[in-house]
Design a protein. Sequence first.
Length: 122
Amino acid sequence: MRFKIATALLFLIIIGIAYTALTLPFITDTAVYKEFINGYAPLIYKGLSILMLLVSAYIASLFVSLVLTKAFAPVIRSNALAKKIFPLIDGAITIAIWIMTALYVLSALGININALITGAGI
């Protein structure tokens, strides 16, 4: 579990460095790369944004599962009903995190999510 969290954090750091490198002035103002940057920078920006959202959601779901497991470990060990209910609560929270991430990804792609939220009745 710790290896997964460390790997996800390292991946997020690498994405942040790449995003920072793309927004530095010496890359975007160079005459040789100006046409390339102007053409592909929005696509790269959207791709990195979506990738950062997905990695962040993965880290958040791991973190919430880990915190819930550690916090309620004594209750789960001693109570038979808690052993059955806890995976349902953990799964519901994980699903809520991924649904919010899906909405943010759609928003990053330029889709108007206001109509989706209104249609869902939220």
